[in-house]
Design a binder for this molecule. Structure first.
Ligand code: ADP
Ligand code: MG
Length: 618
């Protein structure tokens, strides 16, 4: 009995794309099929923990069988196999989650695109790059019947029930005329050594004499002694594990024996995975128990803020039937996790100290994730703070300062670490709040990521120096020399400030003379305690229902516009000026005007020097 099925539309375009645009990287099909065979063996090993009868006697292995007469290459495994439903679901009609995502990431650069295939769970289809017909014959370990899946990759596939003696899967590739090179044993073993050497089970190639030669190391990579492994080996295992096409930045391979027994292999990647910021996506390490693959993306082994770390843990201290629930409550997991966190910090500190440029690149890519740790992991906060990097008013464009350097170059009079949060670097750099600090030679950190609002709410000090916002509170910038003059100015402006407050009425909490402005006439600041203005804005935009707090309007007594206020006797003009100062302070912090139309009218009146009652011709 044979039935025909149509490929789902996206699968169809994916196939077309594979066949026609990845021809210069054909060879990756072998890596993908071997990786599937190895996954299938892992799954069998795992299922046989609860159903030991599934395993049988045969050693798990992958075989490559080139047949020159038939023009076929067969990739065979004795892993878990597939049922009829599995075949239809995994190799055909139902859109695999990765398909659309994969297509949207394609760049047209063949080498790069070829590398993406495994990452998105569409590797099987790469078979059609070299084959004009593919037959998959498979029997699930616990099923009586086997199935054949056949397709020419054009639009349909056929599924038939067949006989097959052993469990597992055989993928038969009918090679295209131009791709017969993949029948050559020498070519195949080179490819296996290049791409699949680290797979933990034997890969056997049937040679011209009909014998099977094991052509890879066939040992779980991480069980091999460090002394035997070269950088290049670590990199190639990294690519296998992560499906990344770039090298890893660094790694740590540890074998621990004693009260706990485990091996860990952790990598810091160069590039962010496409779903780093996707809240639904799972991240985490692979977990093995005594070499048996247990689960992918075990989030319990590292905190969420280290989700960019790739790698694995293989332990003898967890039961083979460990589930996510057990992992969550386990003391063993907690202990391993604490040790892994330290290793990641060691890796990052080492990178920061010894390869600052690579660290800068790392920070650019993953700094936003690592910062979450400042909020979520108080116990490690000071260690993470040392890894923090931020743009500042004293750093050139694109560069970032570390807190230790910031502190070491603070002028003697400066007591706090100052920062400004803003929506963009440009907005931060032109903020009036910086003026007084610049004049005094105080460096200000420019924090422009959304998470920074939470970071500064949690990171209160660094090496004994408090962190303070330049846009909040009174900004302790009093210099002794200025105090007398300031007191004088304050009394001179007392009435004016009160009048401005009356005009703006309920919209501001207070109007006062500023110590932080030197050039701009006005700015808004938040009260000493409580939320920053930006955090408030972010929360209300996120739909958080909360009473808006009122800002403090600060005026620069030395600015001509403010001086003009003092001399102004015309009530209407005074109102125009007050509104204008308030409005521009709102604009300067990237805010919106309450009533843009009347702001514009007032502005035009003042520019044209017209009396407020006069008619405006615009
Ligand atoms: P991925 O391996 O990322 O899931 P693939 O396109 O490579 O994506 O494979 C699709 C699915 O087909 C696999 O997830 C698996 O369920 C099934 N499959 C492919 N090859 C085999 C095999 N040799 N044995 C068992 N199942 C397989
Ligand atoms: Mg695969």
């Amino acid at each position: 009995m044979t039935d025909k099925h149509a490929f789902q539309a996206e699968t169809k375009s994916l196939l077309r794309l594979m066949i026609h645009s990845l021809y210069s990287n054909k060879e990756i099909f072998l890596r993908e099929l071997i990786s599937n065979a190895s996954d299938a063996c892992d799954k069998l090993r795992f299922e046989s923990i609860s159903s030991p009868e599934l395993m049988g006697d045969a050693e798990l292995a992958v075989e490559l069988i080139p047949d020159k007469d038939a023009g076929t290459l067969t990739v065979r495994d004795n892993g878990i196999g597939m049922s009829r439903e599995d075949v239809i679901e995994h190799l055909g009609t139902i859109a695999r989650s990765g398909t659309r995502e994969f297509m949207s990431k394609l760049s047209g650069d063949q080498a790069r695109d070829a590398q993406l295939i495994g990452q998105f769970g569409v590797g099987f289809y790469s078979a059609f790059i070299v084959a004009d017909k593919v037959t998959v014959r498979t029997r699930r370990a616990d099923a009586a019947e086997a199935v054949d899946w056949t397709s020419d990759g054009e639009g349909e596939f056929e599924v038939a029930v067949v006989d097959k003696s052993g469990r597992g899967t055989e993928v038969v590739l009918h090679l295209r005329e131009d791709d017969k090179e993949f029948l050559e044993p020498a070519r195949l073993s080179t490819l296996v050594r290049r791409y699949s050497d680290h797979i933990g089970l034997p890969i056997r190639l049937r040679n011209d004499k009909g014998e099977l030669d094991t052509i890879n190391q066939a040992r779980a990579f991480w069980t091999r002694p460090k002394s035997e492994l070269k950088d290049q080996d670590y990199q190639s295992f990294y690519k296998h594990l992560s499906h990344d096409f770039d090298d890893a930045v660094s790694w740590a391979h540890h074998r621990v024996e004693g009260t706990l027994e485990y091996t860990s292999l952790l990598y810091i990647p160069k590039r962010a995975p496409f779903d780093l910021w996707n809240r639904e996506a799972h991240h985490g390490l692979q977990l093995y128990v005594k070499r048996v693959f247990i689960m992918d993306k075990a989030a319990e082994l590292l905190p969420n803020y280290l989700r960019f770390v790739r790698g694995l843990v293989d332990t003898a201290d967890l039961p083979l039937n460990v589930s996510r629930e057990i992992l969550q409550g386990s003391r063993t997991t907690e202990k391993i996790k604490a040790a892994l966190v330290k290793r990641v910090f060691d890796l990052l500190e080492d990178l920061a100290d010894n390869k600052p440029e690579e660290y800068a690149q790392f920070w650019q890519t993953f700094g936003g994730v690592l910062k979450e740790g400042l909020v979520e992991d108080p116990a490690n906060q000071s260690r993470i703070a040392r890894l923090l990097r931020a743009p500042s008013t004293k750093e050139p464009e694109g560069a970032r300062v570390k807190l230790a350097d910031y502190v070491s170059r603070m002028p003697e009079a400066q007591k706090s670490i100052y920062y400004l949060t803003a929506d963009s670097l440009a907005a931060a750099q032109s903020s009036p709040h910086l003026e007084g600090f610049a004049k005094r030679g105080y460096e200000v950190l420019l924090l422009v990521e959304r998470i920074d609002e939470w970071v500064v709410a949690h990171l209160q000090e660094f090496e004994g120096k408090p962190l303070k916002s330049v846009a909040q509170g009174s900004a302790e910038l009093e210099d002794t020399v200025e105090t007398a003059a300031q007191a004088q100015a304050e009394s001179a402006f007392k009435d004016v400030l009160e009048r401005v407050k009356q005009k703006l009425d309920t919209r501001v909490q207070e109007v006062r003379l500023s110590r932080r402005l030197t050039e701009s006439p006005a700015c808004l600041v938040a009260p000493d305690f409580g939320m920053s203005r930006r955090l408030e804005k972010m929360l209300s935009m996120a739909g958080e229902n909360m009473p808006a707090s009122k800002p403090i309007l600060e005026l620069n007594g030395e600015h001509p516009l403010v001086a003009r206020l003092r001399e102004c006797n015309d009530e209407a003009l005074f109102e125009d000026l007050s509104e204008l100062l308030f409005g521009q302070a709102q604009l300067a912090e990237g805010g919106q005007l309450d009533d843009p139309a009347s702001f514009v009218r007032r502005l035009n009146r003042l520019v044209l020097g017209q009396a407020p009652s006069g008619r405006i011709i615009v």
